[in-house]
Ligand binder design. Structure first.
Ligand SMILES: [Zn+2]
Length: 423
């Protein structure tokens, strides 16, 4: 079995290397949405899908779709299993993020065709073009359109290079008016599954190659302002200071303590951006603006934690004689993965001799858009050091091969009627 996994993994690695050569920049990987590189990558993926025996089409947002029809005489011919991920990258990216999920879908479907010809349900392999949001400030456009909730206001958004999305689509030979036709009919999609590198260190720490995603984490972002009073660093006694930075430092530790106390919910809290003024070595800081990013696999626990944190920030400010404002700038609900799909992936991991680790995804994925359309499931693959969005991103041939084998096993045991019964 391991020889088979290694052979599939080597094939995946070869395809990943070929895709990684398609870049806007020499010597590093940058492949943004609706660029000539996106076109080239989409054409290559379409060719692989055609060679696999899939019927290829492309929708109005550039999502490439390879379709395998269900076996003839299938009672439930309209139901399809969707398997997808993305082929766009961040700037100076790694080679595995997104692309491996698309390649895993193609390889697994090819093995299904070789072994069974077709399944009693249709299979669509999807390659989305805008998951990273590196060119337009918005993200998940392709998967939102497929799920039927694309917001037309996004067409007016300008790219980092000053082109409106609507115009960028036309330059890509796409018709923005045709976007609604990208959507699946309700009931047509039995489930959406995605294979993705973990982008974190949990599987490596556990010594397992594959893991089952429980939920895509809920996320909230705040902008916090703390205002104290500037003063001479040499003359104002410590007891008389209203030091905005000291208050902020105490708030940072409160955030860390809170997130650590919710480790069961995989809660993580980060202050990633901070500005301090006036910003001189001999002046007590009077004004700090910082961001808070708080994530958890549970919406309820995250909201509970956020209100506790808000109360603590206000108490710290009051005690230190500074003022504080807390403003919410972003919120995304948690998207739980379907329990039956999780069980399917857990069984598929066990069939490869692995132990199924269950973990949430702290990062966003196309799957979260698809959750509005159908049940979602995700299979995570170990990546070295948990590093991603970085050229050092690495997933081993063995782990990729086992992921493809697990996906094949999952497809073979997938039952769309069981999924439909729950909807
Ligand atoms: Zn990704």
């Amino acid at each position: 079995m391991i020889e088979r996994a290694m052979a599939l993994g080597r094939e995946a690695e070869g395809m990943i290397r070929t895709l990684a050569m398609i870049s806007a920049e020499d010597g590093r990987l940058t492949r943004l949405y609706l660029t000539p590189e996106h076109r080239q990558a989409a054409d290559l993926v379409a060719r692989w899908m055609t060679e696999t025996g899939l019927e290829v089409s492309e929708d109005a947002l550039g999502t490439v779709r390879g379709r395998l029809a269900p076996s003839s005489g299938t009672r439930n011919a309209v139901q399809r299993l969707l398997i997808g991920s993305h082929i766009d990258t961040v700037i100076d990216a790694g080679a595995y993020d997104g692309t491996f999920g698309v390649i895993a879908g193609i390889l697994a479907t090819r093995e299904i065709i070789r072994k069974h010809g077709a399944m009693p349900f249709g299979i669509d392999v999807l390659a989305f073009g805008d998951e990273e949001g590196s060119r337009f400030v918005t993200t998940l456009l392709g998967s939102e359109a497929v799920a039927g909730h694309f917001d037309p206001a996004a067409l007016q958004i300008e790219s980092s290079d000053g082109i409106k999305l609507a115009d960028a689509l036309r330059l890509y030979c796409k018709d923005p008016d045709a976007i609604p036709s990208a959507a699946y009919e309700p009931g047509e999609a039995a489930a959406y599954v995605e294979v993705h590198i973990e982008q974190g260190p949990v599987l490596e720490e556990a010594g397992e190659g594959l893991g089952v995603v429980t939920a895509i984490a809920s996320q909230i972002r705040y902008s916090v302002t703390v205002v104290g009073e500037a003063g001479h660093a040499g003359t104002v006694p410590m007891a008389l200071r209203q030091d905005a930075f000291s208050a902020c430092a105490e708030m940072a530790l409160a955030l860390e303590r809170l997130a650590r106390s919710h480790a069961d919910d995989f809660m993580v809290g980060t202050i990633g951006k901070l500005s301090l003024s006036p910003g001189a070595s001999n002046v007590i800081p009077s004004r700090i603006v910082f961001t808070v990013d708080l994530r958890s696999q549970s919406d309820a626990r995250r909201m509970e934690a956020m209100s506790a944190l808000r109360a603590e920030f206000l108490a710290i400010a009051e005690r230190r004689g500074v003022s504080t404002w807390i403003e919410q700038t972003y919120e995304a609900k948690a998207e739980p993965c379907d329990p039956a799909l999780q069980a399917g992936f857990a069984a598929a991991i066990a069939a490869q001799g692995g132990k199924a680790i269950h973990l949430p995804s702290g990062a966003g994925h196309d799957a979260q858009s698809l959750a509005a359309l159908c049940p979602i499931g995700m299979l995570f693959v170990r990546c070295r050091g948990g590093i991603s969005h970085n050229p050092a991103e690495f997933t081993s041939i063995r782990d990729m091969g086992l992921a493809v084998m697990a996906l094949i096993d999952f497809i073979e045991k997938f039952d769309p009627l069981q999924e439909a019964a729950k909807n």
